[in-house]
Design a protein around this ligand. Structure first.
Ligand SMILES: Nc1ncnc2c1ncn2[C@@H]1O[C@H](COP(=O)(O)OP(=O)(O)O)[C@@H](O)[C@H]1O
Ligand SMILES: [Mg+2]
Length: 378
């Protein structure tokens, strides 16, 4: 495919940064809109500091090609964020403004072939991705408002998320792709559907090397430690409050390497079978997705899930249905609180209200915020 240059403005209308609450090492990410058709996208562009003086692409630039390649290979896996387009832009500043663009669409060989020529001239790689709503970012949702605060997902939802993650990893591992970069910043959850972003630290492992098995086990370990432990406790695996996780390639490999035991002291009522499963993952005792999935099914059945071949006690099944109905009500309730807050906020900014009205509106807003800070579902 021959690529042609055009002005950036001809292809994309670039809007605000959307990564400020969870900055990445490689990229800045902005909301944008395709000029033709108006589709909303997340525009992920390499940070200018990763350009080198001599024009050779650093590993940060090569990581964009790696990510695009893996996104295309995993396009049939429903949890994976969609790739719409990739290419290079000439704009010099961090914010992609003005200048030119070459779009390779989803042609990965064209993207790869153009890496050296374009980065050599100081252009930067970008990916245009499906735009996921910030309100579904697990890091954003679970981040407490006050010191010592923490939130956790209800067990039923956490099991559901873990099941979907296992499905995604099965698709990936079937192709010898390991995700590796497990952290809440990369997981989106709306209560029903899992979505995963950022595959630039993920790897397609060579066949025939004994490291394949090691990598697959490490991927399960990272899932248990880096995502499921925080999901069920609201804590970081390195002990202590939730915090953004380091992100360069070496750091991704090392981030959870020393975590081989998880502390559930703060969450004593968490299902013992679930604690045991995550503890096994932390010890690297779950060699592959199948082992993880078998353990997870055992936990799920104890929580009323009906799975092929399981003999779920009818009462438990019924209780689970009530749990799901109750959680759906709770989500609606929390949405209603947010809607009420929006309505009152509109009143409080009206120009000519008097002090009596303003004081009352502020009291109500404070109470609503208090209630939302103590919400049941993150
Ligand atoms: N498709 C997307 N939709 C919405 N927000 C996104 C999307 N991709 C990235 N982001 C936001 O940008 C941040 C950085 O993106 P990420 O892909 O993790 O970059 P890096 O490779 O530099 O780590 C994410 O933590 C997230 O907040
Ligand atoms: Mg990232």
């Amino acid at each position: 495919m021959s690529v042609s240059e055009m002005t950036l403005d001809a292809l994309y209308r670039i809007d605000n940064y959307i990564d400020t609450f969870a900055l990445g090492h490689y990229a800045r990410v902005l909301a944008a809109e395709e000029v033709h058709g108006g589709r909303a996208v997340a525009f992920k562009v390499m940070r200018p500091e990763h350009l080198s003086d001599d024009g050779t692409p650093r590993w940060e630039a090569r990581a964009f090609v790696n990510e695009a390649d893996l996104l295309v290979r995993l396009a049939s896996s429903s949890a994976v964020v969609r790739l719409y387009d990739c290419g290079y832009i000439s704009a010099l500043g961090e914010r992609p403004e003005g200048g030119h663009i070459v779009s390779c669409e989803t042609n990965i060989s064209a993207f790869r072939e153009n890496l050296y020529p374009y980065v050599g001239q100081g252009w930067r790689p970008y990916l245009a991705l499906e735009l996921l709503p910030r309100q579904h970012s697990l890091f954003y949702l679970m981040k407490p408002n006050a010191a010592n605060g923490r939130r956790r997902l209800p067990t039923e939802e956490g099991i559901d998320l873990a099941m979907q993650f296992a499905e995604f990893l099965r698709d990936a591992h079937d192709q010898r792709i390991v995700y590796l970069d497990h952290k809440l910043e990369h997981v989106y959850w709306d209560g029903a559907t899992l979505r995963v972003i950022d595959l630039n630290s993920s790897q397609l492992v060579e066949t025939g090397t004994h490291t394949v098995d090691q990598y697959l086990a490490q991927d399960i370990h990272n899932l248990c430690v880096g995502i499921l432990y925080p999901v069920f406790t609201g804590l970081s695996p390195q002990k202590g409050a939730l915090m953004p996780q380091p992100a360069s390639q070496a750091e991704v490999e090392q981030r959870y390497a020393d975590v081989n035991h998880l502390d559930f002291g703060i969450e004593p009522t968490l299902s013992a079978s679930l604690q045991a499963l995550l503890q096994k993952g932390a010890r690297q005792d779950l060699p592959n997705v199948r082992a993880f999935r078998t353990g997870l099914e055992h936990v799920a059945i104890r929580h009323g899930w009906e799975l092929p071949g399981s003999h779920t006690v009818p009462t438990l099944r019924e209780a689970r249905e009530q749990v799901r109905a109750g959680l759906a009500e709770l989500r609606r309730g929390q949405d209603a609180l947010r809607a009420a807050r929006e309505t009152l906020l509109e009143a409080v900014i009206l120009d000519d209200i008097n002090e009596d009205m303003e004081a009352e509106l502020r009291r109500l807003l404070a109470q609503i915020n208090e209630a939302l800070n103590h919400r049941v579902i993150p």
